[in-house]
Design a protein around this ligand. Sequence first.
Ligand SMILES: [Zn+2]
Length: 301
Amino acid sequence: MTRVTRQEIIDVHCHCFTGAGQTESVTHGLARLREAGVSQLAVMGLVNPDLDAQQVWQLIPEGFENLGGPLFNEADDLLEFNRQSGGMLFPMLDTRMLHGQPQQSIEQLFRRGFRGIKGLYLPDDANDLNISSIPATFGISLKQYLKQEWAIFAFAEANGLPVLYHMDASRYGDMMRAILNDFPHLRINFPHFGIGRKAISQILDRYPNVFTDIAYMLPHIQNNPVSYADFICHYSTRVCFGTDALLYQADIILDYIKLMRSLKLPHAVEDRLFAENPRHFLGLSPKRPEQKIDPAYPVNI
Ligand SMILES: [Zn+2]
């Protein structure tokens, strides 16, 4: 069956990594995405109160080319890109470089237009991203780190903000459950299928407020399409469309759209993945169905 109406697509997982110098290419990329049906992109924006240009790279995984400023203070540029795009972006605050009293800085940024939170669980050097731990980077104890993360979750839950939290479900399953038990109303996305589909399944089965996304998984899905399609169908109300693309990489988002369509998911499942689950996770209101007008009754408005 061919589709009559255009499918809406929302990407819940992009990163900024760009600045005012790239305005033209960002604007052009967003226009191409809009053309393809993309209505919103959730974009993670970093802020860096005190790390120097070398230290910041201890908290950035390899393979992401930064075209923005060297200190990763992306908030102003991201909010400006959002303004120029007419609100196509959903700015989310990447909290990994905040420490000490994050709450104050977070509240200020939310007054300026941030709408969600991004975090990475980095308690030790054994994380899957091969980057430094937060306690080592900032010289704080694990206990202080957890207190800080808990304060962020509490702020998000109290304000109904979505949280995108990179966390390995196989390695840190107990801590994941501790977060979910303490914050039962938090809308939280553990991206990349929680790093392990088996471990995240147990979490998805038990906690209805948890989402996951397909970001960064393109090569894996290409190599194993049937198995991933089964997973997406099984958790059809929980898996969101996401790409890990940087704001200037429209092509990557278009590749992910193509890949998802190649899986030939049932239409209802595809619609959930592309738009309904992202809307639910981000807290956007459901899209109103397009009004059908019976041609037998001409409407004079
Ligand atoms: Zn990411």
